[in-house]
Design a protein around this ligand. Structure first.
Ligand code: HAM
Length: 425
């Protein structure tokens, strides 16, 4: 027996039923991105490893233990499958002088790869829709991105999601804070778990993100970065909050929110669903005014976010969302030597008119084909046997209209179908 192969752990096939929900998500998201005039950019899946080390940061989970990296044996290049999209987008903006004529708003979508422990909502290959705005320094830009997301959740009908917001200031603000925080953690060393001890001097801010129950009250009492902000950073954050309030957006300031990537400054935010268990963050982002310069570009302020598409799909499945837009309009049942080419030609003619037509090509019994027509989600079934092929009068069944059936001459067919489909809408 030949060996059978299976998907790797944390890698998944998306079967057509679920893929339909992806289309539903993408249709809504793309429409809203167009409304805000974000333009799509296509980016490679593989980038030089150094790009991620420099951007995401050496002392982060992603760089320390989650990247799929290897050395190309042909030329010794060190390569990595992208674990996130911001770094590649920044590289592309610099390399192609995308901001040459002024600020730009970009988005991208596609697979990302992280070697993580797999659980519900956490995969090794997952997909993001990411948004990045370059060259906008005011809080309006952060606010616009958050409002865009809120508009998207509404369009998708998502419930039970909350916005958590924080400001982590600028690098200078963090120097004093970092010292205070390390001193505080040293006083509480006995309570720190292994992970926290490991991060104590490399990335103490990340300790604030810990979910360890035993550490929560100590972490809640830790010094708060928001109290160490410069006047400019504070003003920026106040402006952001006041715009969000003006547009009735409810948010929670979470002073412990720091995010798992090192490039952020000032605004950081996450949208969290309470329906997904521990992996409830459906989108996260913030400002990264220093990253473009850090990876070799001209100093350019920026902010962005990424949505975890699989997590959104899980929520849409729980809501029993259906995407009927992409189901066929017409299903053609046909049987017989003359019927076959006649049905084929009708299918092509209807497609010429812009209709979505599924033509049965199995030659099974009428009964079994009718079952498939019902299941296909089509609104109308055309039934074509030898008699219909000869007389050019077709049986038309309105599947969604109590299965009413009429005989329609081929020359009147298109008109009849259009009336019925519009009538249904
Ligand atoms: P992130 O928080 O690492 O940010 O990822 C964004 C979203 O991707 C998460 O909120 C989550 O929904 C989804 N996600 C992350 N890891 C996984 C996984 N293993 N399985 C399933 N979904 C996952 C970023 O990647 C930043 N680049 C976002 C950004 C853009 N910041 C500024 N611009």
């Amino acid at each position: 027996m030949a060996k059978k192969f299976q998907t790797l752990k944390g890698f998944y096939d998306v079967l057509p039923e679920r893929q339909r929900l992806w289309r539903y998500f993408e249709e809504k998201a793309l429409y809203i991105l167009d409304q805000y005039h974000y333009q799509e950019i296509g980016l490679p899946l593989v980038e030089p490893t150094g790009l991620f080390v420099e951007s995401v940061g050496t002392h982060t989970d992603i760089v320390e233990k989650e990247m799929y990296s290897w050395e190309d044996h042909l030329n010794k290049d060190k390569l990595t499958l992208r674990p996130e999209g911001t770094a590649g987008c920044v590289r592309a903006v610099i390399e192609n002088s995308v901001t040459y004529n002024g600020p730009v708003k970009l988005f991208y979508r596609g697979a990302m790869f992280r070697h993580e422990n797999v659980q519900k909502g956490r995969q090794r290959q997952f997909h993001q829709l990411g948004v990045e705005a370059f060259g906008f320094k005011n809080a309006e830009s952060d606010a616009e991105q958050i409002l865009l997301l809120s508009r998207l959740w509404n369009a998708l009908g998502l419930k039970n999601i909350t916005l958590e917001l924080n400001s982590i200031g600028d690098p200078d603000d963090r120097v004093t804070y970092r010292e205070k925080l390390i001193a505080y953690f040293e006083e509480n060393k006995g309570i720190l778990d292994e992970d926290a001890l490991r991060r104590l001097y490399d990335n103490p801010l990340r300790i604030l993100d810990s979910k360890n129950k035993e550490m929560q009250s100590m972490l809640n009492a830790a010094p708060k970065l928001i109290n160490f902000l410069s006047n400019d950073a504070k003003k920026h954050f106040d402006e952001l909050c006041s715009i969000l309030k003006k547009y009735n957006l409810v948010f929670k300031i979470n002073t412990r929110l720091v995010r798992g990537l090192d490039y952020y400054n000032r605004t950081v935010f996450e949208w969290v669903s309470s329906d997904l268990g521990s992996q409830g963050t459906i989108a996260g982002g913030g400002r990264y005014d220093y990253l473009v310069e850090r990876v070799g570009g001209k100093s350019t302020v920026a902010c962005g976010f990424a949505i975890g598409i699989e997590r959104i799909i899980l929520l849409l499945e729980d809501l029993n969302k259906e995407n009927n837009n992409i189901l066929p309009d017409i299903y053609i049942v046909n049987l017989g030597e003359m019927a076959k080419p006649f049905a084929f030609s009708i299918a092509e003619k209807l497609r010429n008119e812009g209709l979505k037509v599924s033509l049965n090509m199995e030659g099974s019994s009428f009964k079994s084909q009718m079952k498939k027509a019902d299941k296909s989600g089509a609104k109308i079934a055309l039934i074509i046997g030898e008699e219909e092929a000869e007389t050019k009068i077709i049986q038309v069944k309105l599947i969604r209209d109590n299965g009413i059936q009429n005989s329609i001459a081929e020359k009147n067919l298109l008109q009849y179908i259009k009336e019925k489909i519009n009538f249904e809408k």
